[in-house]
Design a binder for this molecule. Structure first.
Ligand code: HEM
Length: 446
């Protein structure tokens, strides 16, 4: 390891600094110093394992999710100054943001697009972590990757609720009825269903109490909770010795190393028996398995974060945010759909509703409560049910995990297929229509 410590020459008087900040450490020492002396960079370890930086391992989906969360907070701040959480004024304030405030429609679009993309990115991140067995512990001491997985499951639930609570705020027909459909599922819980719904919406109907409840959850509790869990998620990754791929890679490196040698004993003048510690002849660092976090890790994070910002900013110029008629509890749209990420549930509810003669067995309980609870429960405990060897951690489609990966992928495909059917192929009365089929003319129900 080279440890040159030259200090950069002070800029000559009259010479203007470069318009873009750039930093290239000239030695390992300088790279390490950069990490500890900079507020933003001190979150990172001084060194990163090379395999963690592979684009094709993590696809950086976790980093993209974090970037979207950051963008949501950033774009949410100006909206917070303009939005009024009252049934009488909410719709008007959103209309003002959309049509009167300078750049208002763009800021609203950035916020809305980031929210949708974050749900998708977090879901894909979960799928990647499962398929690479990255919740498994390797050989490092004190690893608790399974807890980071459990934490992740809680985070995806919070992400969904963060998005769901934001859905109601424009107080238009779309918002009102999507939240009505979503919260109606909660009332199917046996015995306490109506009470659960009442707790959620603050009464029997969706009105001012619901709006203020969703607003406070959306702007304070859910983002604060998610932010705190995210900090813990990141800390755990460091504590677990980095990403699972690095762990598995160092394991294979160790196998090829020279065997440990016995060098000295702790025995006390030969009177007490001592244990001879094994000293590794070759250290991992000497084998060049790590790189400096500054710049190798920082550059990649900057590319992912700035790339995410750029994609969202461009999309926001072309995709306008919807704003329908003001919410009207007397006019039910047909079909009334939940937000897209809950449509697979709405679809299961319909498919598990059975009609036997004049009896109807309501599917809301089976499809809306029992099935999702089982799925969520299985997700939470899966790291303890997965019996594959530690060597399967951090490997895409490891042979020992073939069966579980197949079943998992099948479930993912079912969820995606149901989401697509619910979004594009369901018309009035939740009947199935191909995209080229016209929906029948319906009288407006009052
Ligand atoms: C708000 C949501 C989330 C954010 C912002 C987030 C962020 C991250 C980041 C930045 C990483 C580093 C690797 C990468 O960039 O992909 C990571 C890794 C990880 N995440 Fe997440 N995550 C979230 C949700 C989840 C979920 C839903 C799960 C699973 C249920 C999960 C489980 C894990 C695990 C086990 C690792 C370590 C992966 C490995 O060792 O390869 N995370 N997360």
């Amino acid at each position: 390891m080279s440890a040159k410590t030259e200090t950069p020459a002070p800029s000559a008087p009259g010479v203007h600094p470069k318009p873009f900040w750039s930093f290239r450490p000239r030695s390992d020492r300088e790279a390490g110093d950069a990490v500890v002396s900079n507020f933003l960079l001190h979150w990172f370890p001084a060194k990163t394992y090379k395999p963690s930086l592979d684009w094709g391992y993590s696809f950086w989906l976790g980093t993209a999710s974090a970037a979207l969360f950051f963008l949501l907070v950033l774009s949410g701040l100006p909206l917070l100054l303009l939005y009024v959480p009252s049934v009488e004024r909410a719709y008007g304030s959103v209309k003002d943001i959309e049509f009167v405030v300078t750049f208002g429609s763009w800021i609203r679009a950035v916020h809305r697009i980031s929210a949708h993309l974050m749900v998708a990115a977090v879901f894909l991140h979960l799928v990647r972590v499962f398929l690479t067995g990255a919740y498994k512990n390797g050989t490092g001491r004190g690893q608790r990757r399974e807890w980071n997985w459990v934490l992740g499951v809680v985070m995806i639930v919070l992400t969904l609720f963060l998005s769901f609570t934001g859905y109601l705020l424009p107080w238009d027909q779309l918002a009102y009825w999507a939240v009505t459909v979503g919260t109606n599922i909660a009332s199917s819980v046996p015995f306490v269903g109506p009470e659960v719904r009442e707790l959620l919406i603050g009464g029997r109907t969706i009105d001012q109490a619901t709006l203020i409840r969703f607003y406070v959850l959306h702007v304070i509790f859910l983002p604060a909770g998610l932010g705190a869990l995210l900090a813990y998620h990141m800390w755990r990754i460091r504590k677990d010795g980095g990403l699972a791929k690095a762990d598995r890679w160092t394991l294979s490196q160790e196998k090829t190393e020279a065997p440990a040698t016995r060098t000295k004993t702790y025995s006390l003048l030969g009177v007490a028996r001592g244990q001879a510690p094994a000293i590794r002849a070759v250290t991992l660092e000497a084998r060049d398995t790590t790189v400096n976090s500054v710049n190798d890790l920082v550059r990649r994070i900057a590319i992912v974060v700035l790339g995410t910002f750029a994609v969202v900013s461009i999309l926001a110029c072309f995709i306008p945010s919807p704003l329908e008629e003001p919410a009207n509890p007397m006019i039910t749209p047909n079909p009334a759909k939940a937000p897209w990420y809950f449509l697979w549930l709405q679809e299961i509810v319909t498919d598990t509703t059975l009609k036997i003669g004049s009896f109807t067995i309501n599917g809301a309980f089976l499809g809306g409560v029992i099935l999702p609870t089982i799925l969520l429960g299985l997700l939470l405990v899966w790291p303890w049910l997965d019996r594959s060897p530690a060597g399967a951690a951090g490997v895409w489609f490891h042979a020992s995990r073939k069966r579980q990966n197949l079943v998992f992928l099948l479930l993912v495909l079912v969820v995606l297929a149901f989401t697509i059917v619910g979004t594009f192929l369901r018309g009035p009365y939740w009947n199935f229509y191909w995209p080229w089929e016209a929906w029948p003319e319906l009288p407006t129900r009052i």
